[in-house]
Design a protein around this ligand. Structure first.
Ligand SMILES: *[C@@H]1O[C@H](CO)[C@@H](O)[C@H](O)[C@H]1NC(C)=O
Ligand SMILES: *[C@@H]1O[C@H](CO)[C@@H](O)[C@H](O)[C@H]1NC(C)=O
Length: 692
């Protein structure tokens, strides 16, 4: 018998014989090779063990689709549909105790794997089989798992014990599910079955195993000859045999198993292809099956759909997606931040001002992000920055006006824009605006030579202006103001005429800037909340009183401006703390004494037209008269300046007033409200309480 031929005693005999021929080394190698390759080990003929890690030289009886692959892997089915395959140990075993009916104890363990082309689906299954014959030509594939057919199933003459690992739920055989292990005796209809899995030794909870996972797994089948008990266990590879079996039944195999019987495997495919692999196998008769050493097992072929690239993808894809999501969030945040950064306010009523609207982004770019380097000046209404528009390369001045309330904004913007239509050589051209939350940005033509006050009060910064230049500026401003008051569709009140709001272009023409801005802060004429806007010394008494601006309040401020330019003095001089000097009063004093020429700016060094200078001073006094009835309108002012009309002679009666006392009478102390010390100031808000 082949079985006996593999007995170590025989090897020993061979060894002894070869030794006698003095080829020791050769035969020792031969011994190792024979022993190692078969991976089998036997003791006596009645208590035998076998162990395979791969089946390269196992000489198994195979048929149909079954092959042993070059790496020793046993492939029962080869991926073709409706096929069966078998592999049996080449010689039958004696299961019965000698001269007895009883079947002795035996144990089997094997490592198998099921691969399928379709993830999550496999047809049909495999079984460990004990059978009197290895001829299964009449057996059917598919649900018969290759070892029975529809005629012979259930016949006791089959003498077949099979442990099935079935991946199909066949209702005909009352299968419990499509992933079960069953004990079959002469029948494909299991005596007992259980969903594939194992009982965890530590927690004793049941854990599922998917037979078609494609991963190798180990099964153990034990028959106890004393108790007549069959038990089956299953576990993932690399796991010890679970203490608690998956299935356990009492069944006397004495009448089932024939003497002798073959042991082996049967597998079948159905209408979908699957590959059933056995990686290793051990058997013990009256002994435990030797332990299969996992890392000695042959490698399984790569599964379709589980190649390393896909595995890599399975790892990298979630990471990549996470990074993608994070990036997306980042981009979103950046966009939102940009949106907030560049956010502008825009309402329906502004549609008509479209051409006058600037984008905040452009203004940011133009002013280098409103950097201090670009700062031209700062005042009560906000800061002014120099900028260069990115598209047109036009030099502009951008004024940032902080504005908390939306009240009056609509009217203000409307007025600003309508004034923007004004083109006059003595008015600073407004190019447009941009509205943001709490902020209004006004874009003006850039005036190369800066504001007039710098020339008047900062002689170290700018050269002193000649009388001709001053007179030209005065006439220019008068013409600009006249245009605002009379020539425009409706009277536009400037509200904040002063030297620092007079800007000089490259030809040293005076241009009025900042008209209308005061309106933004002017909350009407309600005396209780009188909120007069303007600059100290330029405020007409009735404006302080009523809060109502009119063309004549502009004229008052213009008068002060005339005195300022001619004398080179600030409207309110509080350098002498206890005795503030209001410019108008000072000029009146000198007029009364007939000493007007004494107060003309000494920086002119006497180089001026005396008639012109004195007329300007007298006109200034007329304009800044406390009584509105005495003040001329801008039309008349223009005529006086052009010499088209003679100035009315001022009477001493008319000129006997003290602006300081008038102001103090109104509860208005020029000292408590400081005149902006810096000539760069663009606007000043004077908040005067209603008390008088
Ligand atoms: C599978 O085995 C059968 C029978 O040996 C053979 O005819 C068929 O070509 C094999 N198929 C593949 C894909 O190896
Ligand atoms: C005014 O500006 C022009 C052009 O930039 C320049 O040539 C001129 O010198 C300036 N005048 C004064 C007084 O700064």
């Amino acid at each position: 018998m082949v079985y006996q031929a593999l007995h170590p005693f025989i090897f020993f005999n061979v060894f002894v014989q070869v030794r006698q021929t003095s080829h020791r080394k050769f035969c020792f190698l031969f011994f190792l090779v024979s022993f190692g390759a078969n991976c089998t080990s036997f003791t006596t003929s009645s208590d035998d063990q076998l162990l395979y890690h791969g089946f390269t030289s196992a000489n198994l009886i195979t048929d149909d689709t079954t092959i042993v692959m070059s790496n020793g892997l046993l492939e029962l089915t080869n991926g073709t549909v409706n096929r069966k395959g078998h592999a049996f140990y080449p010689s039958p075993l004696h299961f019965h105790r000698s001269h007895s009916e009883t079947v002795q104890s035996f144990s089997v363990s094997f490592v198998f794997a099921i691969h399928s082309s379709y993830p999550g689906m496999s047809l049909h299954g495999l079984a460990f089989v004990v059978s009197p014959s290895t001829n299964f030509s009449n057996a059917l594939a598919s649900q018969y798992l290759g070892f029975l057919n529809s005629q012979n199933r259930g016949n006791s003459s089959n003498h077949i014990l099979a442990i099935e690992f079935d991946t199909v739920m066949n209702i005909e055989f009352e299968d419990i599910n499509n992933n079960h292990v069953g004990i079959d005796i002469n029948n494909i209809h299991s005596v007992k079955s259980h969903s594939a899995g194992y009982y965890d030794d530590r927690t004793s909870s049941f854990r599922d195993i998917s037979l078609i996972s494609g991963d190798p797994m180990q099964a153990w089948v034990d028959y106890n000859g004393e108790d007549k008990k069959i038990s089956v266990a299953l576990a993932p590879i690399k796991m010890e045999k679970p203490t608690r079996p998956l299935i356990s039944i009492s069944y006397d195999l004495s009448t089932v198993l024939k003497e002798p019987s073959y042991i082996g495997f049967s597998a079948s495919t159905g209408s979908a292809d699957s590959r059933h692999y056995i990686l290793g196998w051990s058997f013990g008769m009256n002994k435990p099956a030797p332990t299969i050493i996992v890392n000695k097992l042959p490698k399984l072929p790569r599964r379709q759909g589980s190649n390393p690239q896909l595995k890599l993808l399975a790892i990298t894809l979630p990471i990549a997606s996470a990074i993608f999501v994070i990036l997306l969030c980042g981009v979103f945040i950046i966009i939102v931040r940009r949106r907030l950064r560049y956010a502008e306010l825009k309402e329906d009523w502004e549609d008509e001002f479209g051409p006058h609207q600037f984008s905040y982004k452009d203004l940011l770019q133009a002013t280098q992000g409103f950097s201090n380097k670009q700062l031209l000046g700062a005042g009560g209404f906000g800061k002014v920055y120099k900028g260069v528009l990115p598209s047109s390369k036009l030099e502009v001045a951008v004024k940032r006006v902080t504005h908390e309330s939306r009240q009056g904004m609509k009217e203000f913007v409307a007025e600003v824009v309508s004034i923007g239509h004004i083109r006059h050589r003595n008015i600073v051209q407004l190019l447009g605006y941009c509205r943001r939350k709490g902020e209004l940005l006004l874009v003006y033509d850039y005036m190369t030579n800066g504001s007039l006050d710098k020339y008047l009060y900062y002689s170290d910064l700018k050269p002193t202006l000649s009388w001709d230049q001053r007179f030209r500026i005065i006439k220019g401003i008068a013409s600009g103001l006249l245009y605002l008051h009379d020539k425009w569709e409706k009277a536009v009140i400037h509200r904040d005429i002063k030297a620092s709001n007079v800007l000089l272009d490259s030809q040293m023409n005076g241009r009025l800037g900042d008209f209308g801005l005061a309106r933004l802060y002017d909350h009407g004429s309600d005396l209780q909340t009188t909120h007069v806007v303007g600059t100290m010394g330029y405020l007409a008494p009735e404006l302080v009183c009523t809060g109502k601006a009119s063309p004549l309040t502009d004229v008052f401020a213009f008068g002060t401006f005339l005195l300022e330019v001619t004398c080179g003095q600030r409207p309110v001089n509080n350098s002498a703390q206890d005795n503030p000097r209001v410019l108008v009063d000072w000029v009146v004093e000198h007029w009364q004494k007939g000493l007007l020429t004494n107060i003309i700016d000494t920086r002119l060094q006497g180089k001026y037209n005396i008639d012109e200078a004195c007329s300007v001073l007298k006109l200034g006094l007329l304009c800044s008269h406390p009584f509105t009835s005495i003040r001329p309108n801008m039309q008349q002012v223009m005529q006086y300046l052009d010499g088209d009309m003679l100035l009315p002679e001022l009477t001493h009666m008319e000129m006997s007033f003290s602006m300081l006392s008038i102001m103090q009478d109104e509860g208005f102390n020029p000292l408590t409200l400081s005149y902006p010390p810096s000539g760069t100031s663009i606007g000043t808000i004077s908040n005067i309480s209603g008390g008088r």
